[in-house]
Write a protein that binds this ligand. Structure first.
Ligand SMILES: [Zn+2]
Length: 138
């Protein structure tokens, strides 16, 4: 059995970190669009989302903006494979994150601004699982 893996490129990671710096100190959020092949979640397109909460401790995506991105993704043969957001400190999902992970069963990529590190998680049958991240050059 293969392991669930998030495949993302260096450029994509750089873009996410750049967006996070722009939004600092508020949490930054983006959707990761791509495809799922077997247990591999390939990120192909990033969609920067506005954090409507404008908060350092939470994020909230606008439902109209979300619908537009979901529609754009499906028109382009892509799925929403992940949700990215940043934390000022720590890369564990918060209680609020866990609640939304139940509704959005995709990979959650969390960037810890204080340490410049990121981790990915998935809720599998209500169990939090850390997901392997594979970064490629292009
Ligand atoms: Zn969070």
């Amino acid at each position: 059995m293969s392991e669930i893996t998030l495949l993302i490129t260096e450029n994509q990671i750089d873009t996410l970190i750049r967006s996070t710096k722009e939004d600092f100190p508020n949490e930054s959020c983006s959707l990761l669009l791509g495809s799922i092949v077997d247990d591999e979640y390939h990120v192909k397109v990033l969609k920067k989302m506005e954090n409507k909460a404008q908060s350092e401790y939470s994020f909230h995506m606008d439902s109209d903006e979300l619908m537009k991105v979901y529609k754009w993704a499906s028109d382009n043969g892509l799925d929403v494979v992940g949700v990215y957001h940043s934390h000022l400190k720590g890369s564990n999902p918060s209680d609020t994150d866990l609640t939304f992970m139940k509704i959005n069963p995709v990979i959650w990529l969390i960037y810890d601004v204080s340490k410049s590190t990121y981790r990915a998680f998935l809720l599998v049958q209500d169990c939090l699982k850390e997901i392997k991240i594979k970064i490629s050059k292009d």
